[in-house]
Design a protein around this ligand. Sequence first.
Ligand SMILES: Cc1ncc(COP(=O)(O)O)c(C=O)c1O
Length: 284
Amino acid sequence: MFDTFLNGEFYRSAEAAVSVDDRGFLFGDGVYEVIRFYNGSFFELEPHLSRLARSAQKISLLLPYSLQKIEKVCYELLGKSKIKNGKLYMQITRGAAPRTHQFPVQAEPTIMMKVSAVNEDELKEKQKGATAITLPDDRWNHCDIKSINLLPNILAKQTARSQGYHEAIFVHSEKITEGASSNVFAVLHGKLVTAPASNRILAGITRSVVIELARAAGIEVEERFLAKDELYQASELFITSTIDEIIPILSIDENPLNGATVGRITGNLQELFQKKLSTLNKYS
Ligand SMILES: Cc1ncc(COP(=O)(O)O)c(C=O)c1O
């Protein structure tokens, strides 16, 4: 079973190899995307590919293929893998070249994709509710770029997980930005509040879908930074991501929210999200 695509060829992942001189390996000089597929169809493929193009452009990385060709390869890989429900990880780096900080004069970008199955039972369990803690957001000023440089996110997630929490929620200048690998939504006075798309967050594709579903359902959405204190006053809190979809946060920094149960608006959005997913057709 081929589950990996690397620079034009399909492989079993254990047989695919990248040069030790690759700038992704040496510097984290690259960008990535994670895309879910359900019942053999990609979810929101076009917005993911547009974001990939924006991330690449922001680090002056020329994509090795057109977006049309990348889309075609995504479907080819899905077909070869025979996996019906899973995720596709895609990474593009500036390629292999002698190690210098400045861009190499000559290097072919490395493009890699790998598909893997998602454990739906584990996901459903998480979607019943999880916990989070706040941690300082010590990332750079370009969080809108989906860069493979993820050290601050990794360290924050590890701190959270090692203390038994599912997610770390970042606080920058007393304002909530996002989670270590998710966007954050709060319900305050019946309105849904989430950080605006800016250089301080990665504007999630799931975030956009949730905002659209909420507005269509008549729920008012405010895109503004929440003050840290507002988190504790929220009647509901949830996080969104491609991998986790919508996860209710039942306690933040050990403060229970909504009596540590899934709130009405969160539950409603989870249902609407599943309904949207159920309309995905099998590709032919
Ligand atoms: C920092 C960060 N914010 C937000 C998200 C959610 O983005 P999406 O919904 O596109 O997966 C992710 C996903 O990995 C992330 O890493």
